[in-house]
Ligand binder design. Structure first.
Ligand code: HEM
Length: 463
């Protein structure tokens, strides 16, 4: 809600903020925050409640943990917010792709791209997902130890490369993977106050990032040129992007209804980055939870055997794999890969009687809300059975929001569900997994939550 004048006068005399940690002079809570972002947010919510306030350097941050307040920011008053500073800074990598684009241009691009992610259009990719899982797990040896995080990164990279670019980059994929990793590693720095000054320094990280962008640009522009020059008709997302038009303004090039090469590059790189990392991490955490719950693993296996009868899963099987879906859903609750969404207020805004001054960042953390005992009984327990129809309908909107919400809700959600369930089903059909004992699994909040030191598992082939 935009502030009324009287309230504004009051603020100018004596601004007041919600409760929160005092932090240190100048630094605020910066050290606590960057030491352990997830732990910090959980503590702030526990100690200070649904509307809390902290500072990172000179930056003022609000943490909102009440689903109603989150809904107001993401839906009801979404026009009063832009993406946060970190995502604005991500434009230097992603340009004006969907994730970073704003305003009228975002609405237009979203309208053009949305139909591509309709179930009907992506259904064919289900076969690729199942087939690629089979190919990846064929490399596994009975009783061997592997880093399941690395495996999932490789698998989702191969899938996104195939579905987006119709390219089989097994030989090149390590190079592409490295370039993507270098870009992803840059993101936490985007959150640091004053980090824009670091961009200009000759740091090794900057050089790695520039090289990664150059490498990926070369590949993507090459693929765009290949599609534009005709030749083999491909069924990939890039071709769909290339052919996509604003249905209200077809053939209106003046209006930019078909995308320029630069816009295509930005959208493709965004989908490439968003489509790989988040899904790989969601699956890594799903297998982490499954590996510690053999009874869940057995039920998934039973379901997969009875529904698939030995064949590879497809989109049509998703509805029938209802327990597997619940497992994925519960894993996305406990380890939501996108652990927070952030917005910056354009104009002054009030929440719970507190002022959010224009320019302030508002943080809404899935990691925090998904573990709130008001919404989830025994919130830290991995319990796929909690997801009954009755439970779902009693849950407040935004008590569960792994894919965000409102006009900026994840466009790849149908793709992610299909990929998640198909990879779980295809893997558990053949394999049992156990965590290697005594390793320290530390969730690390980068763009998405990943295990800091990887995740070692022993894989056993089912007979
Ligand atoms: C488990 C997997 C995934 C999770 C948890 C996830 C989560 C999210 C979230 C929370 C947002 C909203 C960010 C915000 O409001 O600031 C988002 C946006 C987005 N996601 Fe995903 N995502 C996943 C998979 C994917 C996939 C597979 C793709 C593409 C193939 C994708 C593409 C995008 C794009 C383009 C946006 C920006 C949409 C817009 O602003 O219009 N995501 N995602």
């Amino acid at each position: 809600m935009v502030m009324e004048a009287a309230y504004k006068d009051y603020r100018e005399k004596e601004p007041f903020f919600p409760p929160g940690p005092r932090g240190l002079p100048f630094a605020g809570s910066m050290f606590d925050y960057f030491r352990d972002m997830l732990g910090f947010l959980v503590r702030v919510k526990e100690e200070y409640g649904d509307i809390a306030y902290y500072k990172l350097g000179a930056r003022k941050m609000y943490l909102l943990s009440n689903p109603e307040d989150i809904k107001d920011v993401l839906i009801t008053h979404n026009r009063n917010f832009t993406k946060s500073r970190a995502l604005q800074r991500a434009k230097m990598v992603l340009g004006e792709g969907l994730l970073t684009n704003e305003g009228v241009s975002h609405i237009k691009q979203r309208k053009i791209i949305q139909p591509i992610f309709h179930h009907k259009r992506i259904r064919g990719y289900g076969d690729t997902m199942a087939e690629y899982t089979r190919l990846r797990t064929q490399h596994w040896e009975n009783g061997s130890v592997l880093d399941i995080h690395k495996e999932m990164m490789r698998l989702t990279l191969a899938i996104v490369t195939k579905t987006l670019f119709d390219a089989d980059v097994e030989s090149e994929s390590d190079e592409i993977g490295k370039s993507l990793t270098n870009l992803v590693n840059l993101f936490p720095r985007l959150l640091f106050p004053y980090s824009e000054y670091l961009d200009k320094l000759p740091l090794p990280g900057n050089k790695r990032c520039e090289d990664a962008i150059e490498h990926l640009d070369k590949i993507i522009y090459g693929l765009i040129e290949e599609r534009r020059s005709g030749g083999t008709k491909r069924e990939d997302l890039l071709t769909m992007l290339l052919e996509a038009q604003d249905s209200e303004n077809p053939n209106d090039d003046e209006d930019g209804s078909t995308m320029s090469n630069k816009q295509l590059r930005d959208e493709a790189l965004t989908l490439f980055l968003a489509g790989q990392e988040s899904t790989a991490n969601s699956l890594t955490w799903t297998f982490y939870l499954i590996a510690q719950h053999p009874e869940v693993e057995n039920r998934v296996h039973e379901e997969v055997v009875s529904v698939l009868n030995g064949r590879l899963p497809s989109l049509d099987d998703l509805g029938k794999l209802s327990y597997t879906q619940k497992v994925f859903k519960e894993a996305l609750r406990l380890y939501p890969p996108a652990w927070a969404v952030a917005r910056r207020a354009i104009e002054d805004y009030t929440v719970g009687g507190y002022l959010v001054a224009a320019g302030t960042d508002v943080f809404m953390s899935q990691f925090v809300v998904h573990r709130d005992p008001r919404f989830y009984k025994e919130p830290l327990r991995f319990d796929p059975d909690r997801w009954t129809k009755e439970f779902e309908s009693s849950l407040p909107k935004f008590a569960y929001f792994p894919f965000g919400g409102g006009p900026r809700r994840c466009i790849g959600e149908p793709f992610a569900w299909m990929e998640g369930v198909i990879i779980i089903a295809s893997t558990i059909f053949d394999w049992k997994m156990r965590l290697v004992p005594n390793q320290k699994i530390v969730p690390d909040a980068l763009i998405t939550i990943r295990p800091k030191n990887g995740m070692k598992m022993i894989v056993e082939k089912r007979v």
